[in-house]
Each structure stands twice: as C-alpha cells, then as structure tokens.
Design a binder for this molecule. Structure first.
Ligand SMILES: C[S@@+](CC[C@H](N)C(=O)[O-])C[C@H]1O[C@@H](n2cnc3c(N)ncnc32)[C@H](O)[C@@H]1O
Ligand SMILES: Nc1nc2[nH]cc(C(=O)O)c2c(=O)[nH]1
Ligand code: SF4
Ligand SMILES: [Mg+2]
Length: 214
C-alpha cells in the first residue's frame, strides 16, 4: 500500500487559478503519455516507494494549507485516491494536475482537478477522454498547452463546442514554454474574443533554467 513518489517540494504555485500561492507539490512517478514538450521527463521513472502516512508527514513539515498532487500522471497509481482523501481529511485544500486520459472520478470530488486536454502538437491527443468534460465539478479547470496555431485551433474548437459547462475563468490556455511566444497566443485569444484565461508558468519566470524542485 505505497505510492511511488518522484519528489515532494514547497514552491509558489505556477499554474491554474491558484497561481502565486505557496503550495506543497507531491510529484508521483510514472506516466502513460509521452508529450513531445514534457518538462518533467525525470518523473517518468525515478522514484521512492512511500506510504500515505509518510507522505502526510513530509507534507505537514511545510506548514502549508495548499497541496498539489502532480506527476507524471497521478491517476495511474492505485493508492492516489487514498492519498487525496487522507489530505482532504487533514483539512488541506487539494489540487490534482492530470493529463485527461483517465477518469477523473477516481479521486474525491472535493479535490480540484486541473484537467489537460492534449493538443495535436503533444503527439498524444488521441488519448483524450472527452467524457471528463461531463465529469467536471464546479471548481475544476480545463487546460490546453498550446505549441502552434494548429493546437490553438484545436483548443478553440473544443472550448466553443464542448465546454459549455465550464466557467470562462476555468478554461486555461498556456503556451508550450520556450516554443510558442506568449504574446502570440495572447493576440490570437484577443482577436477571437475567446473567453479563456491565458497562463504563463510563473515558476519558469521566478527560477529560469531550474528543472526540479520548483
Ligand atoms: C508535467 S504535467 C504533470 C501532470 C499530468 N501528467 C499532465 O500532463 O497534466 C503538469 C503540467 O505541465 C504542463 N507542461 C508540461 N510541459 C510543459 C511545457 N514544456 N510548457 C508548458 N506546459 C508544460 C502539462 O501540460 C501539464 O499541464
Ligand atoms: N511551481 C510549480 N507550479 C506548478 N503547477 C503545476 C506544476 C506541475 O508540474 O504539475 C508545477 C510545477 O512543477 N511547479
Ligand atoms: S502527460 Fe504530463 S507528465 Fe506525462 S508526458 Fe505529458 S506532460 Fe509529461
Ligand atoms: Mg511542472
């Protein structure tokens, strides 16, 4: 009854509507996708087996009410729902960053899911489980990481035709870091009057060039 954990660290939340808040990150090992742009390849394998209780102790040491479970792909591990529920029972605000290929109902509805819809440039868009768009809770967020104009058109079509239930502030468009200049994505959004939220990874601005632990 353990989870494979790649790293646990304390940083400023760099993504989602929670951006800017101090947050503890539990990064789980392993992923079922291989996105072309993935900035966290080091989490595809290396990691240490930890019990839920040990993870809770490591998290508690940071004295921070906000915790994000990420990876790798958190929903791949059988014990992840138990970890989420244990954190919620301790009173933490819990976020989960997930790649959109797996059923988000596996984890407690009180955990805020940030659900990627993979665009064609990732090479993994066939893996999207669009049923997740019908499973969103009120605070859940849908995220598109966009590397070029094709990705943008793909994301725009989904936002306009398949995201009726989601609040505009919870639809996130983020450029692939180092690939698509953020101002280009900003221009496309403004020109199309798209009701989405542009996001630039804050931690890459705060700590440029640092791959782990931020
Ligand atoms: C590393 S993933 C871990 C969680 C899950 N596997 C997923 O893809 O959502 C966390 C977030 O980082 C985003 N991401 C990864 N590489 C990126 C890059 N080069 N530029 C911008 N966002 C990136 C992913 O799309 C995802 O939204
Ligand atoms: N600071 C910081 N914020 C983040 N938000 C989501 C992250 C992730 O890798 O899932 C992440 C990350 O790696 N670092
Ligand atoms: S799903 Fe997430 S962790 Fe997996 S390869 Fe894609 S961005 Fe990286
Ligand atoms: Mg990251």
């Amino acid at each position: 009854m353990t989870l494979r954990v790649n790293e646990i660290f304390y940083s400023i939340q760099g993504e989602s509507t929670y951006v800017g808040r101090p947050c503890v990150f539990v990064r789980l090992t392993g992923c079922n996708l291989r996105c072309a742009y993935c900035d966290t390849r080091y989490a595809w394998d290396a990691g240490e087996e930890m019990s839920v209780d040990r993870i809770l102790m490591r998290v508690a040491a940071y004295d921070c009410p906000l915790v994000e479970i990420t990876g790798g792909e958190p929903l791949l591990q059988a014990e992840t729902p138990a970890l989420v529920s244990a954190l919620l029972r301790k009173g933490y605000e819990v976020l989960m960053e997930t790649n959109g290929s797996l059923d988000i109902r596996k984890a407690d509805a009180a955990c805020v899911k940030i659900v990627d819809i993979k665009c064609p440039g990732s090479g993994e868009s066939r893996q999207n489980d669009f049923e997740n768009l019908n499973r969103l809770g009120q605070r859940d967020q849908v995220k598109f990481v966009i590397g070029n104009r094709d990705d943008y058109e793909y994301a725009k079509d989904i936002v306009l035709n398949r995201c009726a239930g989601a609040e505009a502030g919870h639809l996130l468009f983020s450029p692939v870091s180092g690939k698509l200049p953020p101002d280009r994505l900003a221009r496309w959004i403004l020109d199309d009057r798209l009701r989405v939220r542009l996001q630039i990874q804050l931690h890459t601005i705060l700590w440029p060039g640092t791959e782990r632990g931020v």
